[in-house]
Design a protein around this ligand. Structure first.
Ligand code: ITT
Length: 183
């Protein structure tokens, strides 16, 4: 790993970058954005998807990069949409998910942040438990209007503190400890 090299977040999703930037700022790490749609394989493993996204991003840009793959796992429907969260959001969306669910609404949101440079490829996991709301609440992006984190009555879209508790926060906290101790 090169000392003090600029770090880039590669994604098609600017909301993910905005949150990652704010979170890494709080750990003293500067993050820049490279907007790009990466090759996303269909796989049961978000680690595998994140690893291949990272290899694709490094091959494209030849710079130290971070990518992220996320999954919303809902217990009562066998972990669906899980690794297919991006496709499911684009197809049936939040209303489609709400229509699938009955009483049991426990879920978890998982983030796999992957770092890649010319010598290292490493994944960092983060997770938050919660449940799926009965209807969409708040004006956030993606699944935020339907995901209620544990110990809250509000969805991510309605909360001011998402950055301090989210799946993304936990994955980036793990990344930061490793990155700062390897600088
Ligand atoms: P990439 O270009 O980085 O792959 P993406 O939006 O396709 O962007 P993912 O595959 O990682 O990202 O995300 C899976 C889905 O979960 C996608 O629909 C996201 O909008 C959604 N998602 C991820 N993190 C979220 C969060 O914190 N809040 C709400 N929705 C989220």
């Amino acid at each position: 790993m090169r000392k003090s090299s600029e770090l880039f977040f590669v994604s098609s999703n600017v909301h993910k970058y905005d949150e990652a930037k704010r979170i890494l700022d709080s750990f003293g790490i500067r993050l820049s954005f490279l907007k790009s749609t990466l090759r996303e394989i269909q796989s049961d493993s978000i680690h595998e998807i994140a690893t291949l996204k990272a290899k694709d991003a490094f091959a494209k840009f030849q710079r130290p990069i971070l990518v992220e793959d996320d999954g919303l796992f809902i217990d009562s429907v066998g972990g669906f949409p899980g690794p297919y969260s991006s496709f499911v959001f684009k197809t049936i969306g939040n209303e489609g998910i709400l229509n699938l669910l009955k009483e049991s609404r426990d879920a978890r949101f998982v983030s796999v942040i992957t770092y890649c440079d010319n010598t290292v490829l490493q994944c960092f996991d983060g997770m938050i438990h919660g449940n799926i709301s009965m209807s969409q609440k708040g004006r956030g992006w993606g699944y935020d209007p339907i995901f209620i984190p544990v110990n809250s009555e509000k969805t991510f879209a309605e909360l001011d503190c998402k950055d301090e508790i989210s799946h993304r926060y936990h994955a980036l906290e793990n990344f930061s400890s490793w990155y700062l101790s390897n600088q």
